[in-house]
Design a protein around this ligand. Sequence first.
Ligand code: RAT
Ligand code: ZN
Length: 421
Amino acid sequence: MKKNLEVPIETRIGNALNQIEILDIHTHLYAPSMGKMLLWGIDELLVYHYLVAEAFRWMNIPYSKFFALSKSEQAQYIWNELFLHHSPISESCRGVITTLNMLGLDPRKRDLELIRKWYAERSLEEHVDETFALAGLKAVVMTNSPFDREETSYWEKGLQQDPRFLTALRIDPLLLDYGNTIAYLREKGYNVAEALTQEVRDELFRFLSDWADKLNPLYLMVSLPPEFSYQVETSRHKMLSKVILPFCRERGLPFAMMCGVTRAVNPQLCLAGDSVGLSSITSVENLCRNFPENRFLVTALSRENQHSLCVAARKFRNLHPFGCWWFTNIPTLMDEISTLRFELLGLSFTAQHSDARVLDQIIYKWTHFKESLILTLSEKYSALEASGWEISDEEISRDLQDILGRNFEQFCSKESSEKSS
Ligand code: RAT
Ligand code: ZN
C-alpha cells in the first residue's frame, strides 16, 4: 500500500480529483451535431435562468419587455445589474467568474465586449475539448425529450452518437400531463386514448420502445412536483405502474425521479419561474418496495428531504441517490448533503451532476463541487485516520471514481438489475 503521510489529505484528494475522469450524469447539454441546441458562450452564460431570477431582484423592466429583447440585450442587462452595479457573490454569478477565469479571460477588467470578441473567434470543437478537460469530464448525459419537436427532428434524421454525449429519455409529459399529450402521440402515429386499456398500453410501449431504440438511453427520467405521491390511486399511478415501470424492467433501465419542483410559481419569469416544495420520500420507499425489480435514481430539491432520502437508500438497494440538484447546488448545501450521505451511506451514491444548460457551465459547476468535496471528504478521512485507519492514494482515487461515475455505471448495468430481483 502506497502511503503518502506527509502530504495533507486535502492535497491528496485534490491530486486524485485532477487525475480521474468524471461522468456527469444529468445535464441539459446536447451533442455538437445537434447544432444550435448546444448552448455555449458568454451571452448564454449570462441569460442562464438561474441568473435571470437574480437579476429581476434588481431590474425594474417589465417581464414581457425583458423577454422580448434579443439575447445579447438581455445579457447586457444582467451583466450591468449583477456584475457592475453589485458584486457577483451568489453561486451562479461566481460561477461565471470562475468559468471565465479558467478559460484564461480576465473578468477583473469588467469588459463584456472583450469577452464577446474572444468567444467570437473560438471554434465549437476546441471549446468542447477545453471545457471537458477543465471540468475533468469523460462524458455528460443529455436530457433527451421525444416530445421536443426541435430535438426529435435531429433523431429522426438519424444522428451519429458521440461517446462524450450520452443519452437519457425524458418523459415528463407522458407521466404528468398525459391528457394534453394524447394529440401529439396520435399525430406521431400512436393510437392512444385517455383510458389506459391494454391496447393503449401496448401503443405507449411501442412509443417508448421506438425512442429507446433510437436513443439507446442510460435511463428514463422525470421531474416530479412535491405533491407527487405513490400512496393513493391516481391516473399517474397507473401510467407509472402499468406502462413506465414495466417498460423500464423489460429494457433493464433505471427510472430517474427528480423530486420536488413546483413549476411556474411565477409564470412571468418563464424558465426562471419554478420553485421548490417538500416531497414524499414515503412514496419513493413505496415504489422501491412495490417494484423490487425496478431501479430508481433519485434526487430531491428540498433541503428537508435529504436526510430521509439517505435513510430510504439504507433500506432499498434498488434506490440510488444522486446529485445536489439546482437550488441545492450551492456550497452550503453541497457540503451538508455530501456529509449526510457519507455518514449514512458511506460511498454508495453519486455525489453530483451539473445540470449544465450551457457547455461552459461544466467548468464552474464541477470546480465548485470539487472544492466542496475536498472539504467534506478530507474531514471524513481525517476522522477515520484519528480512529485508527490508514488510507492510500489508490483508495482515495477508487472512492472518488465510485462517487463520480462508477457507482452510477454499475447501478445502470444489467448485473445490477439481476441483483435487485
Ligand atoms: O436546473 C435546471 O436548469 C432546471 O431548470 C431543470 O431543468 C431541472 O434540472 C430539471 O431537469 O427538471
Ligand atoms: Zn435538469
